[in-house]
Write a protein of this length. Structure first.
Length: 383
């Protein structure tokens, strides 16, 4: 009798050990499949954000240039268009959110950050954003579209520089190669003045446009690096709504500053006559500015989304590879010439973009490998 109980007891122990072992294997397989599903979802989201950046960036630039080409002269109006459309972003707050991504923080702490650290950051970024928009508007006024877009691609180098100090950005050979190629692709046409149609722009105005575009590029690089710093150090685990709020508050500050500039400069008094003399008509005048405002906000969602899912340098890589697309569109819209230097510039930009994407692929592969090793170590320790 005792012998049978002993055997029965050992059977229970073996059964229990078997069940535990099966649970470990199931939990291990599920822990591997979940990161894979999240990885695919992450890259799908990144692809959507990249599409928004590539399309809306070109659309905003072309529409702003069309405003100038058809008789528009207000740089403050073009500046305002880049920020005033922020109420459209509020629609994104109705999108479903992942509850697990929401940060569980003491309400008093979040309240304190909202009115101190975040408040100051939004004000500073809003002021910086208004300066970036104004200088880029001047650059677009005095420079051809192709020259403006390819100079503005230097924002990637500025972002890498600021991210090195603010976000401890690491540079691998593939990233350095990407930055080099994208910078060269943006600089190729700067000195190729033979193919640029400057129109009635004087030499002084051309230089002013060049300086303003470089300044706007540097300011945008600093702004995107600061956004990534806020997401990582202040918001810690930001939700989609928190990112939308950040963009809205910064755009609100920028819009207020730009409106002050519009009324302070007196350009608002010429807007009615400008609308009357607009060559395609009043309806086209309103539609051009409204479309540019909406497309700019959609571009902002894409750019911030790429920072949220990856980094500011990756976000600017997408922007940089999108800028050479603008001269291609300009060939159709403004009858610009597509010479060998422009084609070569586009090829270098795409090459640099692929180099950066490949580095992110290596990072994801390394992360997946380390996760599998961690699971194996857990299995060995539990055994």
């Amino acid at each position: 009798m005792e012998r049978s109980q002993e055997i029965y007891g050992k059977g229970d122990q073996n059964l229990e050990a078997h069940l535990i072992d099966r649970e470990v294997r199931e939990s291990s397989s599920s822990s591997v499949s979940v990161p894979q599903a999240k990885n695919y979802k992450k890259w799908l989201t990144i692809s959507v954000y990249a599409f928004l950046v590539l399309t809306c960036q070109a659309l905003t630039t072309i529409l702003s240039r069309l405003y100038y080409e058809n008789g528009g002269k207000s740089t403050w109006m073009v500046t305002l268009v880049q920020r005033i459309g922020f109420p459209v972003l509020l629609l994104f707050r109705f999108f479903p959110q992942d509850e697990q991504e929401q940060e569980k923080t003491d309400p008093s702490v979040r309240y304190f950050f909202c009115f101190t650290t975040l408040g100051l950051a939004y004000i500073f970024n809003g002021l910086l954003g208004s300066a970036v928009c104004y200088t880029s508007s001047i650059g677009l006024l005095y420079l051809p579209v192709s020259t403006y877009s390819l100079i503005f691609a230097s924002q990637l180098a500025f972002t890498a520089f600021f991210s090195y100090f603010l976000n401890s950005q690491k540079f691998t050979p593939f990233i350095i190669n990407s930055l080099f190629l994208l910078t060269v692709s943006s600089a190729l046409l700067v000195f190729n003045t033979k193919s640029q149609n400057t129109g009635n722009v004087s030499r002084v105005e051309y230089v002013l446009g060049f300086v303003c575009t470089i300044t706007a590029s540097a300011g945008l690089g600093l702004l995107l690096s600061l956004v990534q710093l806020i997401l990582r150090e202040v918001l810690k685990k930001p939700t989609f709504s928190a990112v939308i709020d950040m963009v809205v508050y910064q755009s609100l500050v920028s819009s207020c500053v730009i409106l002050i500039g519009l009324f302070g400069s007196g350009e608002w008094e010429t807007l009615s006559s400008e609308m009357e003399s607009y060559r395609p008509g009043k309806v086209s005048y309103v539609m051009t500015l409204a479309s540019a405002a909406i497309s700019m906000q959609v571009y902002t969602i894409g750019a911030v989304g790429l920072i949220f899912k990856s980094s500011s340098v990756f976000s600017n890589s997408i922007s940089a590879v999108g800028l050479p697309i603008i001269p291609v569109v300009a060939v159709i819209v403004f009858n610009d010439k597509m010479d060998a230097s422009k084609i070569f510039s586009i090829i270098l930009a795409i090459w640099g973009f692929l180099s950066f994407v490949y580095q992110h692929y290596l990072d994801e592969k390394k992360l997946k490998s380390s996760h599998k090793n961690l699971v194996k170590e857990e299995e060995v320790s539990q055994a």
